[in-house]
Design a protein around this ligand. Structure first.
Ligand code: FES
Length: 115
């Protein structure tokens, strides 16, 4: 179970929604279910239109994550991941700050999502 807070200049105020962890919902699916206006097109990790900035609240270490090749490619192409962040993701599963909402699986951690 996780609280997901969405924050954007496109919304009048931040909105926090409750997501059930473990049901492998993508962050984009959570946003859509709550009518949060996160952009998207392909929903398949290819176009980069769903780029969001994710930070973990409560000062906990983020869950490790294995980025897919697709996500790595799009983040690199968009200039949203540094060489160091890419290395950290590949060697230590440390998630970078920018993610693709359609590829991000919501876990049991409270997060802030900016877009
Ligand atoms: S919607 Fe295209 S990469 Fe997420």
């Amino acid at each position: 179970m996780a609280n997901v807070t969405f924050s954007s200049p496109r919304m009048t105020k931040d909105i926090t929604v409750y997501a059930v962890a473990g049901d492998t919902q993508s962050l984009l699916a959570v946003a859509q279910a709550h009518k949060i206006p996160v952009d998207f097109e392909c929903q398949n990790g290819e176009c980069g239109s769903c780029l969001v900035q994710v930070s973990v609240l409560s000062g906990k270490t983020p869950y490790g994550v294995a980025l897919t090749e697709k996500e790595k490619t799009v983040l690199r192409y968009a200039g949203k991941i540094t060489k160091e962040q890419l290395e950290a993701a590949e060697t230590s599963d440390i998630p970078p700050p920018w993610r693709l909402a359609c590829q991000f699986i919501v876990r049991n951690e409270d997060i802030l999502v900016k877009f």
